[in-house]
Ligand binder design. Structure first.
Ligand code: AMP
Length: 600
């Protein structure tokens, strides 16, 4: 059997590792480097794409033919907020985002597959054997579409993806189970190039469980890079070395500025000020300015402000105070920045653990997970949780939750549904994700129809089962219990929404909790009122003539009252009106029973 490798497929850099003699080891490439920039350069055909450090160097020379940060686009659709990845974007509105580079259009996962292909080859060289299986990590906040696309990237690279593992879980594994006490709780703070994740995990009897996760797939070092680039551009303009037209039209200048920005940011983690130089930027004159750590920190404080809120929410989701944590682990290159470390110390009231190399912890954890799967590491099991609730649409546009938020995965849950209308032949299964009561406020993951036997109203029995597998991918099964006819759908085309939107979803669900509850109560009462009115009308047709005049008038009056309250929007008065109508129809009900019993 071939080896299983662990892969950290990062926004900025990627790494691959394998187990050797019971230890996780990261593989170096032919140049002895372990960190592979997640950058792909597409030379003019017929040469094949260049990946990693070599591509990174070519980025300055041919920025339009070089793709970076493709992880920010993986599993995303055209029209959603799109990230800068170097080359031009393509694809039809509503369809998957594509990249127009190297003379054709590429899906993001096809570009990621090229990065994975290089890691696979590096691992094979290091191990001296074929590698065809892998554990690949993703941010905890990646949705279904992003996980699916990552899985496809692995397959395209010739790897069977044994497990998609959440990055913080991997980092916690790397931190070392033996260093933690029984029932220890730890926070993993991961600030990388493109994503931020904060996860709270609990270790109990050799089992890691994710208690809560919070994150943002669009917040990271790249955002700070753009601020520093902006600072350089303003300097260039002030010195009369570039104007808007040149900046917009000169890709090479933009790439040079980007390089200087990142370099300055890195050096300011160690020194108090750096010189930012761009020699002969307009052919004759040079640019030179000093950037201080204090200036960089002022930019970073604004960029990373949302981090604080995410941390506090993750703690409150896990129902923990900071002092109840056994450790705070730092992951991601941006946690090398002194300001970020100070923020962590302030938020959690303690110094973070820096025993792990923040660039390597996730890859080491992925490798350990590969070891667990291949049987060379024992006694550790990993459990993750769902970041948002999953459910289906039911009558009246209501969301019916099947798997609640923060459920431990893998998980399976089901419910029985029925037909709203007599003789109905199709049931539409509309799969939703979100925390709100009404369908319109949640996100649609997809829908399909299940054909079933026409039955009288509310007689059909359709079982709907949701299963989230170990990779966090949702499988939906709907079955007509009468005929056994069933349909299974893998939610591959999840509508992908930015994590600002995930954030907003959680905030809105709290802010609108009362209105939502009222609207649900009203919608349910409204549906009941329709049933009640229909039943009374039918009763009146059958036996209305036998009622006393005052009884008939009272029923008619109360029916109008129910109709009016059903259009008014408040559940209290509607429920009262229904109760009154229910009461007033007692004589009618008695007549109907008499009729049904036949003449005595
Ligand atoms: P990752 O996505 O974990 O590879 O993190 C990469 C991010 O960390 C990029 O934004 C890098 O510019 C940033 N980074 C790496 N090293 C340092 C450093 N020494 N100081 C500040 N930022 C760094």
């Amino acid at each position: 059997m071939s080896a299983i490798v662990g892969i950290d497929l990062g926004t900025t850099n990627s790494l691959v590792g394998c187990m050797e003699a019971g230890f996780p080891i990261l593989c170096a490439d032919a140049d002895g480097e372990r960190l592979t920039p997640s950058v792909v350069h597409f030379p003019a055909s017929p040469a094949s794409p260049v990946v990693g450090r070599a591509a990174q160097r070519l980025r300055a020379l041919a920025p339009e033919a070089t793709v970076f940060s493709v992880k920010r686009l993986i599993g995303r659709r055209v029209g959603e907020e799109e990230a800068e990845v170097g080359c031009a974007l393509a694809g039809r509105p509503g369809g998957p985002v594509k990249l127009a580079v190297g003379g054709r259009e590429w899906l993001p996962e096809e570009v990621s597959a090229l990065v994975l292909g290089k890691l696979k080859a590096d691992a094979e060289r290091a191990l001296g054997c074929e590698v065809s299986r892998a554990v690949i990590t993703v941010p905890a906040y990646f949705n279904d579409a992003q996980r699916q696309a990552t899985l496809r990237a692995g397959e395209l690279a010739g790897l069977k993806v044994e497990r998609i593992l959440n990055e913080p879980t991997a980092a916690a594994l790397a931190y070392g189970v033996d260093r933690l006490g029984e029932r220890a709780k730890i926070a993993v703070f991961d600030l990388g190039g493109g994503t931020f994740d904060l996860s709270v995990l609990e270790l109990s009897a050799g089992v890691f469980q994710v208690l809560s996760t919070q994150g943002n797939t669009r917040l990271g070092g790249d955002d700070l890079d753009r601020r520093v680039e902006q600072w350089i551009v303003e300097g260039l303009k002030a010195d009369g070395l570039a104007d808007d037209a040149r900046w917009a039209g000169d890709g090479e200048l933009r790439a040079r500025v980007r390089e200087r920005a990142v370099e300055a940011k890195h050096r300011l983690s160690a020194v108090e000020e750096v010189g930012v130089e761009l020699p002969f930027v307009d052919g004759t004159r040079s640019f030179s300015r000093v950037l201080s750590r204090a200036e960089l920190e002022a930019m970073a404080a604004r960029v990373f402000e949302p981090v604080r809120e995410h941390c506090l929410r993750a703690l409150s989701d896990a129902r923990l105070r900071p002092d109840e944590l056994g450790a705070v682990i730092l992951v991601g290159g941006m946690t090398r920045m002194p300001l970020v470390r100070r923020m962590v110390a302030e938020i959690f009231g303690r110094e973070a653990d820096t025993s792990q190399n923040p660039d390597e912890a996730v890859a080491l954890g992925a490798t350990l997970q590969a070891g667990i799967l291949s049987g060379s590491v024992r006694n550790v099991v990993l459990l993750d949780v769902t970041p948002l609730s999953l459910g289906i649409e039911t009558f009246g546009g209501l969301m019916n939750v099947i798997i609640p938020r923060n459920s431990t995965i893998p998980t399976k849950a089901g419910e029985m549904f029925t037909n709203a209308v007599a003789g109905q032949r199709l049931m539409r299964i509309h799969v939703l994700q979100g925390e709100r009561e009404m369908v319109r406020d949640n996100w649609s993951l997809g829908q399909f129809d299940l054909e079933f036997e026409p039955s009288p109203k509310a007689q059909a029995r359709v079982g709907v089962q949701f299963e989230i597998d170990a990779n966090g991918i949702l499988h939906v099964l709907a079955r007509d219990t009468k005929t056994g006819r069933e349909q299974r759908v893998q939610m591959a085309s999840a509508v992908d929404v930015s994590d600002e939107a995930v954030e907003k979803m959680l905030e809105d669900s709290l802010e609108h909790a009362f209105e939502d509850m009222n609207e649900r109560a009203f919608t349910e009462a409204q549906m009941k009122s329709r049933d009640l009115l229909a039943a009374v009308r039918l009763g009146l047709e059958k036996a209305g003539a036998l009622l006393r005049e005052d009884e008939g008038e009272r029923i008619a009056q109360l029916m109008r009252a129910v109709e009016e309250s059903a259009g008014a929007g408040a559940s209290g008065p509607l429920k009262k009106a229904m109760a009154a109508l229910d009461d007033a129809t007692q004589p009618l009900a008695a007549l109907l029973v008499e009729q049904a019993m036949g003449p005595r």
